[in-house]
Every structure is written in C-alpha cells, then in structure tokens.
Design a protein around this ligand. Structure first.
Ligand SMILES: NC(=O)c1ccc[n+]([C@@H]2O[C@H](COP(=O)([O-])OP(=O)(O)OC[C@H]3O[C@@H](n4cnc5c(N)ncnc54)[C@H](OP(=O)(O)O)[C@@H]3O)[C@@H](O)[C@H]2O)c1
Length: 303
C-alpha cells in the first residue's frame, strides 16, 4: 500500500546518468484498480463530505511572518494517489504542504498545486510550500543545485521554507543512502556547510526562509552560532512517547519553533523500520481520553 521503488531525478552536474532510487524499500502496492478508483473518487468528493478549515491557526516565525499550524505531509504516499491527496488537502483548506526531495513525488505534488492555482482555489501566495534538502547534498555548492532541481520538479519559483532534512551528511553521489559493505558512507562536508548553502538559496530568493530537521540541541546551537541567517524552525518527531519538551524549550529561547512529525506515531512506517512498539495512536490511554472528550485519537494527538 505504501510507497514503491520510485526513480528519482539526478543532478546532471554532479553524477553519472545512473538513476537514483528511493532509499526506503517499502512494500509493493496492494491496491486493486477498483480500490484505487474508489480512493480517487473519495478524495475528489472530500470537499463535499468534510467541513473545510475555517480558521486555520498560524504560528509566528522569527522573521515576522507566520505559517499555518497544520501541514499536509507527503511522505510514503501511494504514488498514484499523491496528486489526488494534495488536491483534496487544498480543497479542505490545508495551505502548508510538507515535501522533500527524498519522498520522490515532487512532480505529482507540483501538478496538484498548479491545477489548484489554475482553477482559482488558491493562489501561490496563500500556500506555504516546504521542501527538504537530502543528506547527500550537504556540500555548499550542491545545496543550490538540489534546491533548483526540487523547484523544477514541482514547477515552482520558490519555497516558503527550505530545510536540512537530517544533520547526517552522506557521501555525495548517486546513492541517497550510500553504503559500502553495509556501512554508511559519510561526507566530509557537514550540516554547517549545508546551512551556508541554505543561506545562499535564501539570498537568491529561491527560499523565503530556512529551517532544520531532526537536529538536536548541540546541532541547533552550532547553526545559530555560526550562521548569518537563523533557522526559523526545527522539525522533529514528537508525540506523547517522545515529547521533546527540553528541545522545545531550548529552541524557544532561541526563537526557533519546534515543528512535529509522527504525531500519530507513524503507523505507516515500513515494517523493517519499526521499533516493535505499538504506535501511540493505539495506546489505550489515548483511546480512553479521546473517547471521554468525544473526539478521535488522531484529533487528540494532533491537538
Ligand atoms: N522531517 C522528517 O524527517 C520527517 C519524518 C517523517 C515524516 N515527516 C513529515 O511528516 C508527515 C507525517 O508523517 P507521519 O509519520 O506523522 O505520518 P502520518 O501521515 O501522520 O500518519 C501515518 C499513519 O497514521 C495513520 N493515520 C493518519 N490519519 C489517521 C487518522 N485520522 N486516524 C487513524 N490513523 C490515521 C495513517 O493510516 P492510513 O495509511 O490508513 O491513512 C498512516 O498509517 C510526512 O508525510 C512528512 O511530510 C517528516
């Protein structure tokens, strides 16, 4: 049901004509054509079935702007549904869209955005499009190329937020998770090089602002200390099993917002990447508390 082996684009200047394949070997799609058509119909009708967000909360960012508090995530989506999911999300009032090069679906997301702008549902200004730099592109000069490639894939002129996806810097080249004899190969260029690259991208107007993701407090501090432009947020896994309270306090003092993923416990994570623990959405206490409040476990966790 989840993301298949998808062919990702390559950067002509950097690498050989070999294709870059998706790093996560997720199960093959099991949806029949009939199920697929049912899902597409459901997504197309979502705007009639569900209530649209009337008052989306916004978060104040350090640069004086705001971003929507909720974003539609785009990782591990069934490839044939990506366009429909993003379109339905925009119809329902989502304005922030969380994407990444490594998700391998930038083109379909871009097509959905373009269609929604063309039909007048939304303007580009109203959207907050987030993208993330993959770990093999941390060398400063590669950041610009990677960002331009992602923009081109999505048919956009700029990102509202461009983040370093991970603090780990992998060896540059074709392979998104380069390994030799099963040992991960790291780059000699670290996340600070990548941050300087993000600053270049911002100065060039290709991203309105920069952020980091999966950074711990030491890594955040180094970027804040050495960087000329400060990150506006740090996106990390966060839910009742991993509250990130200390990291949030640390970031908050530095005027950096903490943005959360995995709030439902990342139930859709491929089997080989799972810890074995049940996801938080299945926690009995979450179920009891949400039932008492008359809301769903997902609503409780997101709130
Ligand atoms: N920066 C990073 O490193 C990073 C890492 C992970 C994720 N992200 C971002 O965060 C986004 C969200 O990822 P996530 O891991 O938090 O996964 P998620 O999309 O919030 O949830 C995934 C799982 O939760 C289930 N689910 C979703 N809504 C539900 C509901 N209302 N009730 C019950 N179950 C529900 C889904 O089931 P169904 O499949 O049945 O719908 C799916 O299996 C990603 O798409 C990506 O954009 C960023």
């Amino acid at each position: 049901m989840r993301q298949m082996k998808t062919v990702l684009p390559t950067y002509a200047e950097e690498i050989s004509p070999k294709t870059v394949t998706k790093p996560i070997d997720v199960p093959e799609q099991t949806l029949s054509e009939e199920q697929l058509q049912e899902k597409i119909a459901e997504l197309s009708n979502a705007r009639y079935k569900y209530e649209k967000f009337r008052n989306m909360s916004h978060i104040d960012l350090r640069d004086g702007t705001t971003m929507p508090a909720l974003a539609i995530g785009t990782a591990l989506l069934e490839p044939k549904l990506v366009k429909h999911i993003v379109s339905a999300a925009i119809d329902l009032g989502f304005r922030a869209i969380d994407t990444a090069y490594i998700y391998g679906n930038e083109q379909a997301i871009g097509e959905a955005i373009k269609a929604k702008i063309n039909e007048g549902t939304v303007t580009r200004d109203e959207l907050f499009v987030i993208s993330k730099l993959w770990s093999t592109f941390h060398r400063r000069d590669l950041v610009m190329k990677a960002c331009k490639q992602s923009l081109e894939n999505m048919g956009l002129d700029y990102f509202d937020l461009y983040m370093i996806h991970n603090p780990m810097s992998f060896k540059e080249g074709n392979d998104p998770i380069p390994k030799i004899a099963n040992v991960l190969q790291y780059s000699e260029h670290d996340y600070l090089d990548a941050w300087y690259g993000i600053e270049d991208v911002i100065r060039k107007g290709l991203a309105k602002r920069g952020g980091v993701s999966n950074f711990n407090s030491v890594q955040v501090e180094r970027v804040v200390d050495k960087g000329n432009i400060k990150p506006v947020l740090n996106q990390v896994e966060c839910h009742p099993y991993l509250t990130q309270q200390r990291l949030e306090d640390f970031c908050s003092i530095r005027n950096i917002k903490l943005s959360c993923y995995g709030v439902l416990g990342s139930k859709g994570t491929p089997e080989e990447l799972k810890s074995g623990l049940s996801p938080v959405i299945d926690d009995p206490l979450v179920k009891v508390m949400s039932a008492e409040l008359g809301i769903t476990p997902a609503q409780l966790l997101i709130a």
